[in-house]
Ligand binder design. Structure first.
Ligand code: ARG
Length: 465
C-alpha cells in the first residue's frame, strides 16, 4: 500500500517500484530517522498540533520500532519505498490511527535532509576519533625516532638528510588538517532542517528550535527551500574524506617503496602482508596498495554527488536520493582505511641502519657544503657552483664528499678548512637545520608537543544522537 496512493488510479509498475526504492541502502538511517520522528512527534504534542495522547502513543511506538530494529527482531519490509515510509507504515500497523498523525507538518524532503544532517554529524564524530587515534600512534613513533636519520627526497632522488621523526611529523600535519576539515564540516552539518516541509515550510505552528534542542542541533536552517535542497554538508564530508584518503594513499605509497628490497627502510609485518599463489618467496604490501586503490573510489563518490547536484533546480528532486550511497560508501571506505592503516603502521619494523646509510649516500650533504662556503663569505650562487663541481668530481671517482682530503677540497676553494668534515657530516646536516619546522631533533620535539596539544582540543559532542 502506497502512503501517497490517493491521487493514483493505477498501481506503480513493478519495475518502477524496484527502480526508485531506496530502502536497500537508506535502511541504515533508521536510527537517525526514528530519533528525528520522536523529536518531531514530541514537539507536535507539546504545541497542541496533535493530541498529547497521540503524541505519546507515537513516541512509544517509535521507541519500540527502534529497539526491535536494533535487536534484529524486526525485518525491513522489502516492499516499502524507503526508510521513512517503512517506519510510518510499521508505526501505524502497531498503534493504529494515531500513527497517521506523525507526518503532520513534515515532508519526506525535510525528513531525509534531517537524517542526512544527523548521519554526517555522527560520521564526523567517528572520523575525528579515528584520526585522533592514528595521529596518536604516529606521534609515539615520531618520539621514538627523533634521531633516526634518513634521506629526504625530491623527485624521488635523494635530496637532504632528515629524520624519520621529521618525516612522520609531516604525515601528522596532513592528518591534523584532515581533522580541521572534519570539524568544519561538522559545523555545517549541525543545522536542523525540519520545518522546511516539502519546500515552503508549513502552516502548523511548529517549534523548530525545540526540535533542534531535542536532537542536539546548534541551529535551525534559515530558508525552507535551502533546507531541503542543500547537500553541501555531504559534499564537505566527501571532500574531507577524499583529501584524507589522498593523504593515506601517499603514506601508503611511501611504505610500499620503503618496503621494497631496493629501499629496505621498513619491514611489514606478516600479519599485514600477503603472498603470491605462484611465487613462493613473495610478501606483498597488499594492504597499503588497497588503501591507495580505494582512494579513487572515494574521489568517485565526491564527483558522483557533485555531478548529481549540478543540474537540478531547487528544491528537492529525486536525483538527490543518489546522495546516500556515495556518502555511505565514502564513510565506510575512509573509516576502514583509517583503522587498517593504523594497524599496519603499528606493526612496521623500521631499519634505522639502512636509513642512515641511505642518508650518507647520494650527496645529501652537498647543500651543506655550499652553506659552509657561504659562512666563509662566498655568495651562495658561487658556493653552489663550487659544491656542484666537487660533486661531479666525486661522481667520476666513485667516492662521496666526505672521502675527499682537505687538500683536494682546497683545490676547489681556498676557503675550506679542517672543520669542513664535521660541518658536512650527516649528523651535523640534520642538527644544523635548526629552524622552526626543521628536522633538528629539538625542533621536531617541539612540533610533536604542539601536535599533542592540538589533539586535546575538544570536539563538540553536544547532542549525541
Ligand atoms: N527516498 C527519498 C530520498 O532518499 C526520500 C525523499 C523522497 N521525497 C520525495 N518527494 N519523493 O531522497
Amino acid at each position: 500500500m502506497k502512503l501517497w496512493g490517493g491521487r493514483f488510479e493505477k498501481a506503480t509498475d513493478h519495475m518502477v517500484d524496484d527502480f526508485h526504492s531506496s530502502l536497500p541502502f537508506d535502511r541504515r538511517l533508521y536510527g537517525c530517522d526514528i530519533r528525528g520522528s520522536i523529536a518531531h512527534a514530541t514537539m507536535l504534542g507539546e504545541q497542541g498540533i496533535i493530541p498529547a495522547e497521540d503524541a505519546k502513543a507515537i513516541v512509544k511506538g517509535l521507541q519500540g520500532i527502534l529497539e526491535d530494529l536494533a535487536a534484529g527482531r524486526l525485518a525491513f519490509d522489502p516492499d516499502a519505498e524507503d526508510i521513512h515510509m517503512f517506519v510510518e507504515q510499521e508505526l501505524t500497523r502497531r498503534i493504529g490511527a494515531p500513527g497517521g498523525r506523525l507526518h503532520t507538518g513534515r515532508s519526506r524532503n525535510d525528513q531525509v535532509a534531517l537524517d542526512g544532517h544527523m548521519f554526517v554529524k555522527e560520521a564526523c564524530r567517528e572520523t575525528m576519533g579515528l584520526l585522533k587515534d592514528l595521529i596518536g600512534t604516529l606521534l609515539k613513533a615520531a618520539r621514538a625516532h627523533l634521531d633516526t636519520v634518513m634521506p629526504g627526497y625530491t623527485h624521488l632522488q635523494k635530496a637532504q638528510p632528515i629524520t624519520l621523526a621529521h618525516h612522520l611529523m609531516a604525515w601528522v600535519q596532513m592528518f591534523l588538517r584532515d581533522r580541521e576539515r572534519v570539524r568544519d564540516c561538522y559545523k555545517r552539518a549541525d543545522v536542523m532542517p525540519l520545518g522546511s516541509g516539502a519546500l515552503a515550510g508549513t502552516t502548523y505552528p511548529l517549534d523548530r528550535q525545540r526540535v533542534a534542542d531535542l536532537l542536539g542541533f546548534s541551529r535551525i536552517s534559515e530558508n525552507s527551500m535551502d533546507g531541503v535542497a542543500d547537500r553541501d554538508f555531504m559534499l564537505d564530508y566527501l571532500y574531507a574524506a577524499s583529501v584524507s584518503m589522498m593523504h593515506l594513499s601517499r603514506c601508503c605509497e611511501e611504505l610500499i617503496l620503503w618496503s621494497t628490497d631496493e629501499f629496505a627502510f621498513v619491514r611489514m609485518d606478516d600479519a599485514f602482508s600477503t603472498g603470491s599463489s605462484i611465487m613462493p618467496q613473495k610478501k606483498n604490501p597488499d594492504v597499503a596498495e588497497l588503501i591507495r586503490g580505494k582512494t579513487g573510489r572515494v574521489y568517485g563518490d565526491l564527483i558522483a554527488l557533485l555531478t548529481a547536484l549540478k543540474g537540478i533546480p531547487l528544491a528537492y528532486n529525486k536525483d538527490m536520493q543518489e546522495d546516500k550511497e556515495a556518502l555511505f560508501d565514502a564513510h565506510d571506505t575512509w573509516t576502514k582505511c583509517l583503522i587498517v592503516f593504523e594497524g599496519m603502521f603499528k606493526t612496521l619494523c623500521f631499519n634505522a641502519d639502512v636509513m642512515e646509510r641511505g642518508a650518507a649516500g647520494g650527496f645529501t650533504n652537498a647543500t651543506d657544503l655550499a652553506d659552509y662556503l657561504v659562512r666563509r663569505g662566498l655568495p651562495f650562487r658561487q658556493a653552489h657552483e663550487v659544491s656542484g663541481k666537487m660533486v661531479l668530481s666525486c661522481v667520476k671517482r666513485g667516492i662521496s664528499l666526505l672521502d675527499m682530503t682537505l687538500e683536494e677540497m682546497q683545490a676547489f676553494s681556498p676557503l675550506f678548512d679542517g672543520d669542513v668534515f664535521d660541518a658536512i657530516s650527516i649528523h651535523t646536516c640534520v642538527v644544523a637545520r635548526d629552524v622552526p619546522g626543521g628536522p633538528a631533533p629539538d625542533r621536531v620535539l617541539a612540533s610533536i608537543e604542539s601536535a599533542e596539544a592540538r589533539l586535546q582540543d575538544g570536539f563538540p559532542m553536544r547532542g549525541r544522537i
